[in-house]
Design a binder for this molecule. Structure first.
Ligand code: BES
Ligand code: ZN
Length: 615
């Protein structure tokens, strides 16, 4: 056994999957998917081959040519890695698996009608990064093994399906079209039953499995650009607001192309998910998934869109070989995002984003002070659940590293280097060493000016990292320092502030201040009632850590209306961290018990591990 990825059972000595054909029957009443997966390997193989699965029930494993069963075994579930499905091949180059997911499959969130906007139909969507694709279909679930795929999704006729893939057709299901897969006659008649429809998709470019994504619900869309539609639940006000918020998408794509080369995914559609979506955005190719919390009416959603768009080059074209090199995805993307933001919104806005990132990076040093491994860019993740160690470090330290290189060689040379890097490694999955070798051979002598080893393998923040300077950034930091001396900002000083300015201000206040100061600040600026969750959560976090109980009602409400982990993590942590605080701990446990069903399984897991650590 020669694993290439600490998070996968894939054996690097064996052929890997290059193509998957999926048939998925979405069964809302049982919140399961009945599926068949036809896996094609790089070459014929004899002997065992290892696939990743998690909470799947395997029905049959067949030789697709003869439909005869192939010997196989499923290891017990020992951890978040799921189960290793070992199939014994005799010169086979393809495998057919029929299986069902379980209601607890970690990639899938099933929403009942009352949990949707229109409250009429159910909804289901996937979130596969980092290692949840295996809970939707058996696969070599490592970004080292890129796949093309075709998928047929069978859904109730009132609904529609979207995928991070090309839409090919919506048509009636054909009786027995999946006959060959041996699902049995019951499944065959369900497939073509009255009231069902199938949607067909194709992903013709090789992508890592974590970019597999679909959503099914009562969906509508608006056109916002020549290659961009925004999709969301079919609620006219929601669609209109989303279309307004993301009207600038095409301009961002053009800036991206200017900076990083051709946009090669053809479409750049956006899907606005229900409020329980656990991330701000997910860079699913051709169709980025977004939290509805970015729609605030002040065009600030642009930052998240710029980020997910930037992944079209860094992450989706060049991919980290495994999660130990995650900074290659997120650090490059954070750098690229800020270049796009600078081009469309100006230098001050970009500097503000860098400042918020800088603050975040410094806070992560505190969070990981007993586990400094995760302050490195390149990390060891054997036995580590990537969802547990998700942090700003790969984003912000990665950004700082690239920014440092830019300062060293100058922007024109760095721009040229980036374009060449992307052109050289597109559609490849690489590691930190490959990047460093490429850097050293294209920028000779760079290792004499920058301590590359300290940056990539060292803990903490290197001394040549850099806090941004800009008028607005500096002004906000000094106002935050004055608050410590008892002075609140005047109306005229904050007149132009949007959410991000406030966020930066709040995050630079001391962790704990007098409750009376919090109340006074809120009485003047109404931060606790803001529609901007970034700001509101920063405020509530400060209120909790200052022991100001007046806002616990608002905390509870927030924890029950959104499932974005960026908000759940700090709020639950602030409630349960530290000695004493019995009332807070009881509150946290009660709220989680009540809100749990509304969270995505990944978010449920993350809150559970916060509790396990602190309770
Ligand atoms: N790819 C990430 C989201 C992700 C990371 C999902 C790891 C699962 C595991 C996405 O591109 C991202 O970084 N989203 C950010 C957006 C922000 C940086 C603008 C988020 O969700 O907060
Ligand atoms: Zn990202």
């Amino acid at each position: 056994m020669a694993p290439t990825d600490p998070h996968s059972y894939t054996d690097s000595a064996h052929p890997v999957t290059t193509h998957i054909t999926l048939s998925l029957y979405i069964d809302f009443p049982s919140t399961t998917i009945h599926g068949s997966a036809l896996l094609t390997l790089t070459s014929p193989h004899t002997g065992p081959i290892s696939l990743d699965t998690r909470s799947l029930t395997i029905h049959q494993i067949l030789d697709p040519k003869t439909l005869t069963p192939l010997p196989h075994s499923l290891s017990p579930t020992t951890s978040f890695l799921g189960q290793c499905l070992s199939v014994h091949l005799s010169n086979h180059s393809s495998i057919l698996v029929t299986y069902s997911t379980s209601p607890s499959s970690s990639a899938l969130q099933w929403l009942s009608p009352p949990q949707t906007f229109n409250k009429k139909y159910p909804y289901v969507y996937t979130q596969c990064q980092s290692i949840h694709a295996r809970s939707v279909f058996p696969c070599h679930d490592t970004p080292a093994a890129r796949i093309r795929y075709a998928a047929v999704i069978n859904i109730p006729r009132e609904l529609s399906a979207v995928m991070a893939a090309k839409h090919v057709n919506r048509r009636d299901p054909v009786p027995r079209e999946v006959e060959g897969v041996g699902w049995g006659s019951e499944m065959d008649s369900m497939w073509a039953a009255e009231g069902r429809v199938v949607e067909e998709f194709e992903m013709g470019l090789p992508v890592p499995p974590y970019l597999f994504a679909f959503a099914v619900g009562e969906l509508g869309f608006r056109e916002v650009g020549v290659r961009t539609r925004v999709y969301a639940e079919a609620v006219p006000e929601l669609l209109d607001a989303a279309a307004r918020e993301f009207a600038g998408a095409e301009e961002m794509i053009r800036q991206g192309e200017r900076l990083f080369g051709e946009y090669c995914w053809e479409r750049f559609d956006l899907l606005v998910l229900p409020p329980s979506f656990p991330y701000g955005g997910m860079e699913n190719p051709r169709m980025v998934f977004l939290t509805p919390t970015v729609i605030k009416g002040d065009a600030s959603g642009a930052q998240v869109v710029a980020h997910e768009l930037a992944h079209s080059w860094t992450g989706n074209l060049i991919t980290n070989k495994n999660n130990e090199h995650f900074w290659l995805n997120e650090g490059f993307t954070t750098y690229a995002e800020r270049r796009i933001v600078e081009a469309v919104q100006g230098e001050d806005r970009a500097a503000l984003n860098i400042g918020i990132g800088w603050r975040g990076l410094n806070e992560e040093m505190e969070r990981f002070k007993d586990n400094m491994e995760f302050t490195k860019l390149k990390t060891k993740q054997e036995g580590v659940d990537p969802d547990d160690v998700y942090s700003q470090v790969p984003y912000e330290k990665g950004f700082q590293f690239l920014w440092r290189i830019e300062r060293q060689i100058g922007r024109p040379a760095f721009d040229e280097f980036l374009k060449k890097y992307i052109a050289t490694f597109k559609f490849k999955s690489i590691d930190t060493e490959t990047f460093l070798d490429f850097l050293k051979s294209n920028i000779p002598g760079i290792e004499k000016d920058i301590n590359l080893e300290l940056w990539t393998e060292g803990i903490g923040i290197p001394p040549d990292a850099y806090e941004p300077v800009s008028n607005i950034y500096t002004q906000i930091i000094s106002l935050a320092n004055e608050f410590k001396l008892g002075r609140m900002p005047r109306e005229d000083e904050v007149a132009d502030w949007q959410g991000q300015e406030w966020e930066l201000y709040l995050e630079n206040l001391p962790k704990s201040v007098e409750a009376s100061q919090i109340l006074a600040l809120d009485a003047r600026y109404r931060l606790s009632e803001s529609k901007d969750y970034e700001l509101k959560v920063a405020f509530l976090q400060l209120a909790i850590s200052s022991g100001c109980r007046d806002y616990y009602g608002e905390v509870e409400k927030t924890l029950k209306e959104v499932g974005r982990m960026k908000y759940l993590r700090p709020l639950y942590t602030a409630l349960v961290q530290g000695a004493g605080k019995e009332e807070e701990k009881i509150l946290a446990k009660r709220v989680f018990t009540e809100a749990r069903v509304c969270y995505h399984p990944i978010a449920q897991g993350v809150v559970e591990s916060i509790f396990a650590k602190h309770l």
